[in-house]
Design a binder for this molecule. Sequence first.
Ligand code: PLP
Length: 454
Amino acid sequence: MPTSQYERNAHEELAELLSAVTAYAEERIRMEPPLDRVRTQDDLDAALGSTITAEGIGGREAMRLFTDELAPACLSVDHPRYLSFIPCAPSDAAVVFDLVVGASSIYAGSWLEGSGAVWAENQALRWIADLVGMPEQAGGAFVPGGTIGNLSALVAARGAARHRAAEGVRPFRVAATGGAHSSIASACEVMDAELVGVPADELGRLTGSALREVLEANGPETFFAVVATAGTTNFGIVDDLESVAEVCREHGIWFHVDGAYGGAGLAAPSVRGLYAGIEHCDSFIVDPHKWLFAPFDCCALLYREPALARAAHTQRAGYLDVLTEAPEWNPTDYSVGLTRRARGLPFWFSLVVNGTDAYSAAVERTLDVARYAEAEVARRPELELVRERDLSVVVFRRLGWGPGDYQAWSDRMLADEFAFVVPTSHDGETLARFAIVNPATTEADIAAILDSMA
Ligand SMILES: *Cc1c(COP(=O)(O)O)cnc(C)c1O
């Protein structure tokens, strides 16, 4: 029991905070989330003023500000009709466990400090490595997102290539198609590497033959990595991984597969065949916060030869000696970044709770809805499919619409808090796009959105 007045106050404040926060969290987890809306800076300034004060306003009032003003000004990415960009639809188990991770003050950068968490994260990574078909020694870490995952993999690739290269040779190029994610160009910018575009085939894919031509025209020894995409963000296109892997092997170039969005399809038997050849990759990423039902921010980064990544990424400093010289698995050694939250734990917990069959079923469910969306688009005379769907992204046009029509339609649905479907563009044309990764999205949701385009 608290004795002093100070302790009594602290005790009461904690009780108040706990009840306000857990009540909110429980309600949010149980509810059908509202889509919510965007507010302007001026509007929020006027409604909230300055929230940070010298004395503090206390837990109850702070939660009121969040509940009444801030939370409704954040779109719910798990809303079933949020189909823009790539949504995030975490499982109940993952969301609930995220609260536990937050409450647990775990440092998951090193085995010394977070052995239990790192062990569990590594089991989750192993499940993914097995889906890919990576060998026993494969390993890596959970990083904040695909952008850091791709950058970290490319840094490892460059380190390995420069280590191997002949005296005076410094490989500085990366090859990928125009369909590769913007984070690849951004990583090359950060690394002062040159991104060389490979023309895609008629299906939009990177292929071995086009890659071979580009490598030979530029000198294969100048490249340190080839990036294939297993599910492009805009269309969900899976590159021809088998032929790309073969060309990489021929030239001894690091083969990175970006599956940030589409890697989840490895768990779905109906599309697994599209990924043939992925098992040859030197590194791979998938964002469980996209299509594997984990909350932000969670990207699984895996290497075939983790020692190569470790050589490129380990930070050295006197105060870190006890960690860098230890033989145990330190996740921080495999990516850009040092301090890390145990961000893979909510995903691990959900896998343990639900079992992997539930993951396959949930991914298949979203593919069923995508198949339905594709069929509906084909059936409706005012709509036209832009290309056949590989995964769960469906891109289509509304005949007779220009960019302004798509934008007005999208704005109206958001203003009505009905759906969030922003237009995309391809080859200069504005188009409609659904990214379906939420098992709660139904055929009826799709039909209702398509009806609004009639
Ligand atoms: C989303 C995405 C990324 C970037 O991932 P973030 O988690 O947003 O940083 C990279 N590659 C692909 C293919 C993606 O879809």
